[in-house]
Every structure is written in C-alpha cells, then in structure tokens.
Design a protein around this ligand. Structure first.
Ligand SMILES: [Zn+2]
Length: 175
C-alpha cells in the first residue's frame, strides 16, 4: 500500500455535491459545499482508496462536525471514522491529517504552543470534571490543541483525568 496523505489540500467551494466533488483530484483534497450556509465538507479519502468522504457541517441535517478555520488552516472535530469500506480513522487538525490506528506511525502533529497551558489551567478548578471540548469552546481554542495540552498536564501531575464515564474529562489535581 502506498503512503497515505498527511495533510489536507484545500480545493475551494461549490454549491452542490457534484460541482464540489469535481474539484477533488488527490487523496486528502478537500472542498466545501456552501449553499446559503456551509452544508458539508468533501474529502477525497486520504488513504488513497478513491472514495469521497462527506462530512456533514449542518446541524439541521443531523449529526454535524465543527469546522474551524484559523490562519487559513482547517480543523474538524470530532474525528472522521468510516465504519465501513476502507475504515479510515483520522483527525483533521490545522490541515494535518493525524491517523488513528492504521498509519499512526509517521503522524505529524501541528506545532505546540506552550502559551495555551496557562489558559487551559485557568479554565479548570479542583471540583468539577470538564470535557476537553467544553473547555475549548469556553476559551475559544481548537479542541485538539486543548486536548494535547491537557494530556501533557496530566503527565506532569497538574491535571487529572477522570476514569470510566469521565474519560476525556479533566480537573485540577489536588482537589
Ligand atoms: Zn479510504
């Protein structure tokens, strides 16, 4: 198998699925369907299988992903996970495609900004477990950035993660 795409490549926008899909050529190519409002994101599957993944962006049409564009780079939350076909599972994080499981070896994450640590700590207290994505919304940051900072703080002992039903929820240690 050839190596998968490690970054998305932005190809623009269209009004309907067909004209938007025509913009995609290579694995990782990405374009948005925008008709009055953002409808979906089309991604040529980054594993090279040739399929087009349709990521819903419109909460009125069902379960929707959040798309954040910062510094002209795209982030999607949560992860993309095809449960059939090629079963690709990856996150889109500041244009990087970070694979889960398959292809994980060789992942490249966007660079780390240590200034975020203070902001994340300020959003936590010792009493309440909060989810990484809630904290990200609160402080207007990208969920994957916030989760990476949280995991680092957990390793350093400043923050603790809940167990069982509270996995992915965090509070200040020492409560
Ligand atoms: Zn695929």
């Amino acid at each position: 198998m050839t190596s998968p795409a490690r970054k998305i490549r932005w190809r623009g926008t269209g009004e309907y699925r067909d004209d938007t899909e025509a913009l995609l050529e290579h694995p990782g190519d990405t374009a948005a369907v925008i008709r009055t409002r953002p409808r979906s994101l089309l991604i040529r599957c980054p594993d090279g299988c040739g399929d087009t993944l349709v990521v819903n962006l419109d909460p009125r049409a069902g379960k929707a992903w959040s798309l954040t564009v910062r510094d002209e780079r795209c982030t999607l939350y949560p992860s993309i996970w095809r449960e059939d076909g090629c079963r690709s599972h990856f996150i889109v994080w500041r244009d990087h495609i970070v694979w889960c499981g398959r292809f994980e070896y060789g992942n490249e994450e966007p660079s780390y900004d240590g200034r975020l640590e203070a902001k994340v700590i300020a959003a936590l207290d010792e009493a309440t477990y909060r989810s990484g994505s809630d904290i990200a919304i609160d402080i207007d940051e990208i969920p994957w950035d916030v989760l990476r900072v949280l995991r680092r703080l957990v390793r350093g002992g400043t923050v603790e993660e809940g167990d069982k039903g509270r996995r992915g929820h965090f509070r200040l240690a020492g409560g």
